[in-house]
Design a protein around this ligand. Structure first.
Ligand SMILES: [Zn+2]
Length: 184
């Protein structure tokens, strides 16, 4: 298979994986990687070459998903990457921080890209961004840390502000951005 044909085949696998998925917050990267593996598209370049394919390029793009971002997001991602990399910690801890930043932004880049390509311009968004919870609002009740104090909800009972999960943060960021775009 030629390089172009492999790229087209890989794209088709990812698109059909995306269309089949039921949970929009599931890990697309993991699902796509599994689908590519199942389709035999993740074989080593050597195996592909012995297949009669073109000689692989020596350079492999390390962060292909980063190219999905607009310049605003890319700037924020690179800022996060830079501060993680130069954090005053051990190299091992800095690497873990860098990987965490990449993981978070990968989810954002891929979800935002899928959102941009999946929804037409006619999608109506009823809520304004100001009506939606801040990304770092409480895990239990969507109230910001400032002004939370002690709250009560049926599920969590009486609680202080609790850090949200990574998925909550990402979902809230995407929802607010989608709302902002709807207001333009
Ligand atoms: Zn709360």
């Amino acid at each position: 298979m030629s390089g172009d044909a492999r790229v087209r085949a890989a794209r088709n696998v990812i698109v059909s994986t995306w269309e089949r998925r039921l949970d929009p917050m599931a890990d697309l990267a993991t699902e796509a990687a599994q689908a590519l593996e199942d389709a035999g598209l993740l074989r080593s370049p050597q195996a592909a070459e012995s297949d009669g394919g073109q000689k692989p390029e020596g350079y492999v793009v390390a962060l292909p998903w980063a190219r999905l971002m607009d310049s605003e997001d890319l700037g924020a991602f690179l800022d996060g990457l830079a501060s993680a990399a130069i954090a005053n910690t051990s190299p091992e801890e800095a690497l873990a921080e860098v990987e965490a930043v990449c993981g978070t932004w990968r989810v954002i880049a891929e979800a935002q890209h899928a959102h941009n390509t999946a929804l037409g311009p006619d999608v109506a968004l009823a809520l304004s961004a100001d009506d939606l919870p801040e990304p770092y609002a409480c895990r239990h009740c969507d109230i910001s840390e400032r002004g939370h104090a002690q709250r009560w909800t049926p599920d969590a009972g009486s609680h202080a502000w609790t850090p949200p999960s990574d998925k909550q943060i990402v979902a809230r960021m995407l929802a607010r951005r989608a709302a902002r775009e709807g207001e333009r």
